[in-house]
Design a protein. Sequence first.
Length: 259
Amino acid sequence: MPSIFSYQSAEVDWCENNFERSAVIAEYYNTDGTSLFSFLLLTPLNWLVLEGAELCHLKVPLLLAGVFSMYFHMTLSYVGQLLDELSILWTLAVAYSFWYPQAYFPKCIKTRRHFFWLTGITTVISTLMSFIKPTLNAYALNCIAFHLLYMTWKELKKCNDKRVHRMAAVMVMWWVLAITSWISDRWLCWLWQAINFPYFHSFWHVLIAMSLLYCCPLVIYFDVSYEMPSFKPKLEYWPSDSWPVVVPYVTLEEPHKQC
C-alpha cells in the first residue's frame, strides 16, 4: 500500500501529462509555469493591497495556499491534495471571520467574537469531513464562490460608485474565465489530450489569482464602509487608471465635518 506522501497517491490527477518535462515534478506547468507565477507575483501584489487595510490576516493563508498548491502538483500525493484543498478552506475561513459584514450575521450571533467561534467550529467540521471523500472537496470549495458572488451583488445594489461596479465586473470576468478553465480541464480532458493541449488547469491558477487581485480591494472597500463609517473608501489603480493592466487598491478619505 503506497504511503500518503508517495508520488501519485492522490485521488485526483489533472489533465496535464505527468513527468513529461521533469523526473521529479509530476505536473510541470501546474507547478512551475503557473503556481510559481501566481505565488511569486500575484500573491505579493495582493499583500501590497492588504498592507493598506486594517485587517492583514490573509497574508499567511495566501502564502500557505501557494506553497501547498505547488507541493501538490509537484508530487500528486494524497497529503499534498489535502493540504492544497484545506489551505483554501482555511483562507476562506479567515476571510469570512474578519470581513463578513456584521449586518448579515445570523440572528443568534450578536458579536464578531461569537462569529469567530461559529466560523471556527464550521471550519473544523469541514476539515474533518474533507477526509471522507477528497475527490468532492474541490467542487465544494468552488461552490463557496457562488455565495461570495451573491454577497457582492447585494453590496453593489447599495453602492452607486461606478468604479466599484466596474471592478466587480472585472473580478467576475476573471472568475468566469478561471472556473471555465477548471471545469474544462476536469470534464473535457479527453478533448485536450486529443489535441495535445492539456494545460487548462494551469490557466486556472493564473486566472483565479487575477480574480483575487480585484476581489481583495473590493472586500476591503465594503469592509471600510461598515467598520470605519467616518472614512470614505475610494478605489485607486496603480500605476495609473489609463494602464491596461493595473493593481487596484483602496484609499481612505476622511469627510469634512459639517458645522
